[in-house]
Design a protein around this ligand. Structure first.
Ligand code: SF4
Ligand code: SF4
Length: 260
């Protein structure tokens, strides 16, 4: 059984996966696998993005979402799918004629008004059955952010956007906490300060040091309540309550005072 493995940490947002999916399926009739996708309105592979943090500490995270490759579809309407031993879900254009309910029910499945059929990602089964080792979108990904792997090789910590999906994610963006530590009296950033991230019970969950610009950042932090502690010989301990439940946190410029 094959599956998609997405790593948003190395996805640069180039949109290649989304574009080549369109190139492969818009205007091309791959019957019996798939009828042509309309030029507009459907994204069998759709790039999502999240702008994170606030100026001057910002990041953008990208990840592709591939719908239709979901066992929920097989459970809901097995009669409209093609029989395949490799587990790829292919909506049969003939068997699915008139089944608008399928497009209405599943976000990654689209209704083709002209052809009166539901459509979605076919795993590019027409290519895989004709010598390709990976689907078109995976072939176009230059950073290995989108891979086609044996489902048995999916890392244990991988996540899915829905229970039955054959699209897995590692390094799905969580939260970050960052700041620049400044000694305003000396008019300098503070380099090499020790920064600890403590959870609500006071346990240290991560630690780092400020860099040559006085900056620090904790990445892939859970949505939770934390305390950031900043320490350095000759300075007063700085302790800041942080809540990442709703968003990434930019603490901006932290006033770090030397001991009087
Ligand atoms: S496998 Fe093919 S149909 Fe599915 S998202 Fe990728 S390019 Fe599109
Ligand atoms: S082709 Fe790869 S790097 Fe480019 S947007 Fe898609 S997943 Fe990201």
């Amino acid at each position: 059984m094959k599956a998609f493995l997405v790593n948003p940490d190395v996805c640069n947002g180039c949109h290649n996966c989304q574009i080549v999916c369109k190139d492969e399926h818009c205007g091309n009739d791959w019957s019996p696998y798939a009828k042509p996708q309309p030029d507009t309105g459907q994204f069998w592979c759709k790039l999502e993005e999240r702008v994170r943090g606030t100026v001057p500490l910002t990041r953008i995270s990208y990840w592709p979402v591939i719908g239709a490759q979901d066992e929920a579809l097989r459970e809901y309407a097995p009669e409209i799918l093609q029989d395949r031993e490799d587990g790829i879900i292919v909506i049969d254009p003939e068997k699915a004629a008139g089944r608008k309910d399928v497009a209405d029910k599943f976000e990654g499945v689209y209704w083709n008004e002209r052809l009166q059929i539901p459509q979605g990602c076919t795993g590019c089964a027409h290519l895989l059955d004709n010598g390709w080792s990976v689907p078109r979108c995976v072939d176009a990904c230059m950073t290995d952010a989108l891979l086609w792997v044996d489902e048995a090789d999916i890392p244990e910590n991988a996540e899915k956007l829905s229970e039955g999906s054959h699209v897995y994610y590692v390094n799905f963006p969580k939260r970050f906490i960052g700041a620049t530590v400044v000694d305003y009296a000396a008019d300098e950033v503070v380099i090499g300060a020790r920064v600890m991230l403590k959870d609500a019970q006071g346990a240290v969950v991560a630690q780092t040091e400020t860099d040559d610009f006085g900056d620090f950042i904790f990445k892939q932090v859970d949505a939770a309540s934390f305390t950031v502690e900043i320490a350095k010989d000759g300075y007063e301990l700085q302790s800041i309550a942080v809540d990442t439940h709703d968003a990434d946190v930019n603490l901006n410029y932290v006033d770090f005072k030397a001991v009087a």
